[in-house]
Design a protein. Structure first.
Length: 211
DNA sequence: CGAATGATCGGCT
DNA sequence: GCCGATCATTCGA
């Protein structure tokens, strides 16, 4: 049997206009980094959608373009990496056509390649599920840094990209729930735009509301 | 220029 | 379950 080659997702995937559909579709795909020759990867098991036009939880709410959010207005297929709580680098995939300020936050992955490298970056001595569960921890494990990796194009010629290995997820195993940490977003806080693979032990706990 | 505020995490009680 | 860490970004004076 011929093994399926992993295909990097191309521009046509990212420029689809429905960010919610993309957030669901990214589950099961493989997030890869290759930084200073160190390749690490993991299967995406948790995402959240953010929409610039009408989503009060989105940094670009009301299509407000600032120095920070201008990345989200670029054409889909780039990274949006920002510093959260002064400590954590959070990785998002910019989606949609140019000037549609949408993004998908990657919240958890199941480690695949370069686990030893991830353990070093996290100062772990052995693998635990919280190695990559949570948007701040997975970026640390993968070596993603907002100073180096914000606004870069997601393709294998750069440090970060996403691959499809042919895995097809049954839509019935996707859990939908409220997003984490966005209680301030009024009615938008109730939208079920957090997506998780059911029964995966690699998803985040998601402190606060949202369960 | 000052002040407030997070799309979080891990340690401690 | 609670709390502190830690700082870029944003907005208003």
């Amino acid at each position: 049997m011929i093994p399926i080659k992993n295909n990097p997702l191309d521009q046509s995937f990212y420029i689809q206009s429905d960010v919610i559909h993309i957030a669901r579709s990214l589950l099961g795909k493989i997030l890869v980094t290759n930084i200073n020759g160190k390749r690490t990867s993991g299967r995406i098991v948790e995402t959240e959608a953010y929409r610039g036009f009408d989503d009060k939880a989105c940094h670009a709410y009301g299509n407000k373009k600032t120095e920070r959010t201008k990345t989200m207005f670029l054409e889909g297929g780039r990274s949006y990496v920002y510093l959260c709580y002064g400590i954590h680098h959070l990785f998002n995939v910019v989606t949609g056509p140019k000037d549609q300020a949408d993004a998908v936050l990657i919240r958890a992955i199941e480690p695949i390649e370069g686990i030893d490298i991830m353990l070093q970056r996290r100062n772990f001595s052995k693998i635990k599920t919280n190695l990559t569960a949570g948007p701040g921890t997975l970026t640390k494990a993968l070596g993603i840094d907002r100073k180096l990796h914000n606004s870069i194009s997601l393709n294998p010629n750069q440090d970060i990209w996403i691959e499809d290995d042919g895995t097809i997820l049954n839509q019935k195993i996707i859990l939908e729930s409220r997003r984490v940490g966005v209680d301030y977003a009024e009615e938008c806080a109730l939208w079920n735009w957090r997506f998780r693979v059911k029964n995966s032990k690699w998803t985040s706990k998601g402190k606060g509301k949202g369960e």
